[in-house]
Design a protein around this ligand. Structure first.
Ligand SMILES: CC(C)(COP(=O)(O)OP(=O)(O)OC[C@H]1O[C@@H](n2cnc3c(N)ncnc32)[C@H](O)[C@@H]1OP(=O)(O)O)[C@@H](O)C(=O)NCCC(=O)NCCS
Length: 154
């Protein structure tokens, strides 16, 4: 298995990210990467194998009285690279880079996304709730499972 490199996304990764999120398009991918690079409240990480971007994770930091909370979004691994421990490395790396003030990491997973749910549970996240109809498109709705992991003692 070649080495997995985890790092922050750069503007030059925009095209590669559209292979993970085809509906973004390069312009939107650049805008999103740029926002993370210029914000104290976001980090976008990618996993790279042999120079190819194969996974992505967005971390957002809350503000004010919620500034001890971070939320993980948009975790995805390219279908050809799944089941090789890449998501595990990406999530653990993002946790290791959290600022000192972060005490709890949150995540939401659609109830039928078994892979992500099992992954987060394996990495110590616990379910604390269910958001009914969190996702709505035309006539379909899906619930989100709400997950949390304490990363530091308050
Ligand atoms: C879920 C996902 C991130 C896992 O990535 P991965 O790199 O394959 O995960 P890992 O290899 O690190 O897996 C670690 C653990 O997670 C769990 N897991 C991962 N994929 C799983 C699956 N399909 N079914 C059940 N458990 C799974 C297992 O417990 C696994 O441990 P094991 O290999 O010892 O069984 C990946 O399958 C994916 O991107 N799925 C699509 C997610 C999606 O739709 N995201 C869009 C959000 S916007």
């Amino acid at each position: 298995m070649p080495e997995i490199k985890i790092r922050e996304a750069k503007l030059s990764d925009a095209e590669a990210l559209t292979t993970l999120y085809p509906h973004w398009g390069i312009e939107l991918a650049e805008k999103r990467i740029g926002r993370a690079l210029n914000s104290k409240y976001e980090k976008r990480y990618i996993a790279e194998i042999d120079g190819k971007v194969v996974a992505h994770l967005l971390v957002r930091f809350e503000r004010g009285a919620h500034k001890h909370l971070a939320t993980f979004y948009s975790l995805i691994v390219h279908p050809e690279y799944r089941k090789k421990g890449i998501a595990t490395k990406l999530v653990e790396y993002a946790i290791s880079k959290l600022p000192e003030n972060i005490e709890i990491v949150l995540a939401q997973v659609q109830h039928d996304n078994v892979g992500s749910l099992m992954l987060f549970k394996k990495l110590g996240f616990e379910q604390y709730g269910l958001l009914k109809d969190a996702w709505k498109k035309e006539k379909s709705c899906k619930d989100n499972i709400l997950l949390k992991r304490a990363v530091r003692k308050p």
